[in-house]
Design a protein around this ligand. Structure first.
Ligand SMILES: [Zn+2]
Length: 206
């Protein structure tokens, strides 16, 4: 048996859904500007729908047979976004919308717009895409370039360390090790040598 509080909260959620449904029915009519978007009666949601519609119709649309009309896709996107945010238009809804919209609006991101319009990316998948996945191809390439450069930089800094053929890695067998020495015990005892293999990352001291 469920606890009374759980039951009442469920009833509360159902009531909220009913109210939302009611609002949708009351206001469900086509907009006058010909965009055909069904409005929800919730100003925030309708604004989101309108902005998505505008950004997805910036390019001239070719007549693809069997293609879902854009307003249907837009309604689905907003519906998915709304339900994935617990049917609230709060902070999460607004932030997620801003991220999706910003990337859709990117002039260099025609491929993303096309993927949405052609439903190569479905609304339910679109609303959960990460900023990296949403980024335009050029930006993705730039980030990849930065990543490679930082790897190159870190390799460069390795080059300036003391390399010695003297040490052979027991793990990979190569003599590509750098080392440094440190006095770890009393001053009259020999120093400890710390060795790093730059082929496999193995470290040891001797
Ligand atoms: Zn090694």
């Amino acid at each position: 048996m469920e606890a009374p509080s759980a039951v009442s909260s469920q009833t509360g959620n159902k009531r909220k859904r009913d109210i939302v449904k009611q609002q949708e029915q009351n206001h469900s009519k086509e907009k006058q500007d010909g965009s055909k978007i069904h409005i929800t009666g919730v100003p925030m949601r309708d604004k989101v729908r309108t902005l998505f519609y505008q950004v997805l119709t910036t390019e001239p649309q070719q007549d693809h047979q069997g293609r879902q009309p854009i307003h249907v896709t837009v309604e689905e996107i907003e519906e998915e976004l709304f339900s994935s945010c617990d049917n609230e238009t709060g902070k999460e809804y607004q932030e997620r919308f801003r991220s999706l919209y910003r990337n859709l609006k990117d002039t260099k991101n025609a491929s993303l717009r096309e993927a949405i319009v052609s439903r190569t990316i479905l609304p339910k998948d679109f609303v959960v895409m990460t900023p990296h996945e949403l980024a335009n191809p050029e930006l993705k390439k730039e980030r990849e370039q930065l990543r490679k450069e930082s790897i190159r930089e870190s390799k460069k800094s390795v080059d300036t360390q003391t390399f010695s053929e003297e040490f052979q890695c027991r793990k990979c067998g190569l003599r590509k090790c750098s080392f440094f020495q440190m006095q770890t015990r009393s001053a009259d005892e020999p120093m400890t040598t710390f060795v790093t293999c730059h082929n496999c990352g193995n470290r040891w001291k001797q």
